[in-house]
Design a protein around this ligand. Structure first.
Ligand code: HEM
Length: 317
């Protein structure tokens, strides 16, 4: 059997202790005779230059130190250099866009929480304070308010993409189910957030929403009682909505997004339905090996004379 040549690994990706020392005269090493008197060489570095060099290397050294302890390179290489199927297009960015919208909501929400008071008597005035007096308050509040609609729109578009591309089928059913829970939680965020300004609109809209929940079969009445947190919508309802909006649901969303992303990385993404799956490569019969090219531009399944091979580069499962 012919011996295969080992591919050359570029020096840049090999950690310094494992690198082969360069041959004298090759790139990076001084050519010719070694200098007789090292003190006279112009290359001798001053203490300042050495410190600068150490400073430049410091971030890489720090990263290397962390990497050795976490063994993160393997994980990051698997995650960032994974194959994507042929035909991947802009519709595949909708999941990441939803994730970005969630991050914007989380960041702006933290800043709003610094000034918002979840009390029936102060909630409205604290929102007025954010809008009128806090520097950039109106911008951050506006981003959070409109961002919630953006996230809801994006999550539906993303769900539509996964549905129409058949990405809910085996082996991704579990990711679809996690997605459905994420959808419910996102809608819960939008619903509970709507009451927080505690103005006329949010008050009456929340009553309508709670009553709609009450019409659900079996659990409906219990659900609306739980949400109202009392016989009438009031201070306890606001506290309950605030706790759900600030603590319960965001925590669950973060955990589920983690599981969702883990499965995306583990299973890869689905190829668009119009892309044909790669034909399995099987060993050619010995008779064809003897005969050379098999008539369709291939020898033993390999391309010759630039002839295309079906589905080449398609990572579809
Ligand atoms: C917070 C909400 C969500 C976030 C941040 C999110 C994020 C993502 C990302 C980044 C991907 C990979 C790229 C892509 O295909 O777009 C993905 C894939 C996927 N998502 Fe979501 N997603 C969310 C909600 C949902 C929902 C509501 C569903 C369906 C009910 C869903 C089902 C799926 C499925 C089945 C895949 C695999 C797609 C494939 O294999 O091609 N996701 N998600």
């Amino acid at each position: 059997m012919p011996k295969l040549r080992k591919p050359k690994i570029p020096d840049a990706v090999v950690p310094p202790p494992l690198r082969k020392p360069a041959k004298p005269g090759s790139a990076g090493t001084p050519k010719g005779q070694a200098p007789t008197d090292l003190k006279e060489t112009p290359e001798r570095k001053s203490a300042g230059d050495k410190m600068l060099e150490v400073g430049k290397e410091a971030p890489i050294d720090a990263l290397g130190w962390v990497d050795q302890r976490l063994a993160a390179t393997g994980f990051l290489t698997g995650m960032l250099f994974r194959k994507v199927p042929k035909g991947t297009n802009w519709f595949y960015t909708l999941g990441s866009a939803t994730l970005f919208a969630f991050i914007v909501q989380a960041v702006t929400g933290v800043f709003l929480a610094m000034f918002y008071t979840p009390s029936a008597t102060q909630a409205y005035s604290s929102i007025a304070h954010i809008n009128n007096e806090v520097p950039l308050g109106q911008l951050v509040h506006g981003m959070h308010k409109w961002g919630s609609s953006v996230m809801v729109i994006l999550i539906f578009l993303h769900m539509g993409r996964t549905f129409f591309f058949g990405a809910y089928k085996y082996p991704r059913e579990l990711n679809w189910v996690i997605g459905v829970v994420l959808l419910i939680l996102t809608m819960t965020m939008a619903f509970t957030g709507y009451l927080l300004p505690f103005d006329q609109r949010s008050f009456w809209a929340s009553i309508v929403g709670i009553n709609i929940n009450g019409t659900g079969p079996v659990v409906g009445p219990y659900l609306s009682d739980f949400l109202r947190a009392g016989p009438e919508l009031g201070a306890t309802t606001l506290s309950r909505f605030y706790a759900i909006h600030m603590l319960l649901v965001p925590g669950a969303i973060i955990a589920l997004i983690g599981a969702h992303m883990y499965l995306v990385v583990k299973l890869g993404t689905t190829a668009p339905p119009w892309v044909k799956a790669e034909r399995p490569k099987v060993a050619a019969p010995v008779s064809q090996l003897d005969a050379g090219a098999n008539g369709n531009g291939r020898v033993n399944g390999h391309r010759v004379n630039g002839a295309p091979v079906d589905g080449e580069g398609n990572g579809a499962l």
